[in-house]
Design a protein around this ligand. Structure first.
Ligand SMILES: *[C@@H]1O[C@H](CO)[C@@H](O)[C@H](O)[C@H]1NC(C)=O
Ligand SMILES: *[C@@H]1O[C@H](CO)[C@@H](O)[C@H](O)[C@H]1NC(C)=O
Ligand SMILES: *[C@@H]1O[C@H](CO)[C@@H](O)[C@H](O)[C@H]1NC(C)=O
Ligand SMILES: *[C@@H]1O[C@H](CO)[C@@H](O)[C@H](O)[C@H]1NC(C)=O
Ligand SMILES: *[C@@H]1O[C@H](CO)[C@@H](O)[C@H](O)[C@H]1NC(C)=O
Ligand SMILES: *[C@@H]1O[C@H](CO)[C@@H](O)[C@H](O)[C@H]1NC(C)=O
Length: 506
């Protein structure tokens, strides 16, 4: 009896154990499926990147010429039309559920056109074409301050205002390391629109080109509000406030209208405001609230923002706006050609000119030691010295002295005759033939002669270097957002790419 009971117990126990094991196996299988599914999704994501590559191969015509004036005589090319048809919707949408979006649009148009409603005005039809709504609501920060690394921050901060005002964010043009309406190239020349949209699925975006076309098509000029962001400790306005606040702004004179290329947009600006930071630490959340509450009025179809100071107005967002697949592509080519390599970032701008030759000699010495120690011969140099033409690669770098030229000579960059066995061969975006497909195109002349797209490439190449050097005090600007951005990425990838260091001074 006892033994029988114990057998029963054992069987029951076995039964329970088997059940548990089955459960564990089932959970394990489910998890495996989930992982596979996630991997597949990731692959899909990568593939859609490739698609962008192909569709965006050609770069959109500029709407503005060298002098920042719209050239009306521009003929639409076949490619333009193809692209417009392909990207029928004016706003960029997330690629998922695209079919649904299209269907929704059709349904909406049907209801709008139903005989029970009043017929649409010309302008309402135009609005529907561009915003899928009878009224359009745009937020247009038309001039972001500073160079690309910092402009990238300013642009992404404005997504928060677009969200709180529930408006479509107009993506200004880019060029010469700036993001502003006057720039020559569309936003996707620098950035990956699709990936940007993916990071902010709830925000609607429109390119400057499409926005421009909308203002041009409209029969009645859209009403606009103009806001200017003022940093009081920089005194960049006639009026000066000690605490955060908003005041009535001045009408825009022809000087601002011209220098910011506003004349090309067919807008009726009826209201002007100035948002002041006040003195001292800015409460960014409070500023976002103030701007939102002040501008949350329905009558203006467009809210334009002029932001000149370096101050960041809204709460921090760390995630960088992703760079365009073609720049990533170019950087991959350079990295493949050079790896393993040491990268040097030398921003000469804020260095002491008379120290430049000494700095160059020190750099060569440090590099030789590193080459010996780690057996790495390739060296990539990222610099604001004008390697291509005569303009510095940084907009704030004004005086190139003979000391600078001597330093470059010591590195052997400008000399075709240096050919000693102990000579370090520096590679740059030029020597590695980056952007070879567009570099000699006259359309991009100004971009490659000044700071520009190659600065983004430099950044991407520095991130993946086995060893990264930056200029010491006196030789270079030591605190640069550009270097900080590289350092942040290198910290993230140190293990994955087996980097030797994060950053060191030479
Ligand atoms: C990417 O690079 C490959 C060669 O490595 C080239 O064939 C292709 O056209 C490039 N794509 C883009 C979008 O630049
Ligand atoms: C406008 O473009 C046409 C053709 O592209 C060119 O001939 C003309 O000089 C340009 N005008 C201005 C003002 O840039
Ligand atoms: C935001 O704007 C969209 C498009 O104009 C509109 O459909 C939606 O209802 C708005 N949302 C809110 C919360 O107002
Ligand atoms: C800005 O202007 C105010 C008033 O005119 C003045 O008191 C202040 O010192 C100025 N600040 C700077 C940084 O120039
Ligand atoms: C601008 O809008 C205001 C207010 O609706 C209107 O009175 C004015 O006539 C408009 N001006 C132009 C040039 O369209
Ligand atoms: C440099 O020297 C190498 C061999 O020592 C030679 O093959 C090469 O042509 C030389 N380059 C120049 C630019 O003189």
């Amino acid at each position: 009896m006892l033994s029988k009971f114990s057998t029963l117990q054992t069987t029951m126990f076995e039964y329970i154990t088997i059940k548990t094991i089955c459960k564990i196996i089932l959970i394990f299988l489910l998890l495996s499926f989930l992982i596979v599914a996630l991997e597949l999704r990731e692959q899909e994501f990568t593939e859609s990147f490739e698609e962008i590559h192909n569709t965006d191969k050609y770069i959109e015509e500029n709407i503005i010429n060298e002098n920042g004036i719209y050239n009306d005589s521009k003929e639409y090319t076949v490619q333009d039309t193809i692209k417009e048809n392909a990207a029928k919707e004016s706003t960029v949408k997330v690629d998922t559920a695209q079919d649904d979006t299209v269907k929704e649009d059709i349904v909406e148009e049907d209801t709008i056109n139903s005989p029970l409603e009043t017929p649409l005005t010309e302008d309402e039809k135009i609005n529907i074409k561009y915003c899928q709504e009878k009224t359009c609501k745009f937020l247009f920060p038309y001039s972001h301050p500073e160079q690309e690394t910092r402009a990238n921050i300013h642009v992404r901060l404005y997504t928060q205002l677009a969200r709180s005002l529930n408006r479509t964010l107009v993506l200004s043009n880019v060029g010469n390391s700036k993001v502003r309406a006057c720039a020559l190239y569309p936003f996707d020349f620098y950035y990956d629109l699709k990936a940007f949209q993916k990071n902010y699925p709830d925000i609607r975006f429109i390119t400057q080109k499409k926005f421009f076309e909308w203002t041009k098509e409209r029969k009645i000029k859209p009403m606009a509000q103009h806001s200017r962001m003022v940093q009081d400790d920089k005194n960049d306005s006639d009026v000066y406030l000690t605490t955060m606040g908003v005041i009535e702004g001045d009408k825009l004179g022809s000087k601002i209208t011209n220098s910011f290329c506003l004349g090309i947009f067919n807008l009726n600006i009826t209201d002007y405001k100035e948002f002041h930071t006040g003195i001292g630490k800015l409460d960014r959340k409070a500023m976002l609230k103030l701007v939102t509450n002040t501008l949350n009025l329905p009558e203006h179809e467009v809210i334009m923002i002029l932001h000149l100071s370096t101050k960041e107005y809204f709460p921090k967002i760390d995630k960088v706006i992703p760079y365009s697949p073609s720049i990533i592509n170019e950087s991959k080519k350079v990295i493949k050609k050079l790896k393993p390599y040491i990268a040097v970032h030398w921003r000469m701008e804020k260095g002491q000119p008379n120290l430049m030759p000494k700095c160059a000699r020190e750099l060569v010495k440090t590099l030789k030691n590193l080459q010996r120690k780690y057996g790495i011969t390739n060296v990539y140099l990222a610099t604001d010295f004008p390697l291509n033409g005569n303009k510095p690669q940084s907009l704030t770098f004004h005086k190139i002295s003979n000391f600078h030229k001597e330093a470059i000579e010591i590195l052997g960059l400008n000399s075709r005759f240096v050919n000693r066995s102990d000579h370090i061969k520096f590679d740059t975006w030029i020597s590695t033939d980056a952007f070879s497909q567009i570099r000699d195109d006259p359309k991009y002349e100004s971009e490659f002669k000044n700071a520009g797209i190659h600065g983004i490439l430099d950044k991407l190449v520095c991130v993946k270097a086995k060893y990264f050097l930056k200029g010491p005090e006196g030789c270079a600007r030591t605190s640069s957002t550009f270097t900080n951005a590289i350092v942040r990425e290198r910290t993230k990838f140190k293990k994955k790419y087996k980097l030797i260091n994060i950053v060191s001074f030479w």
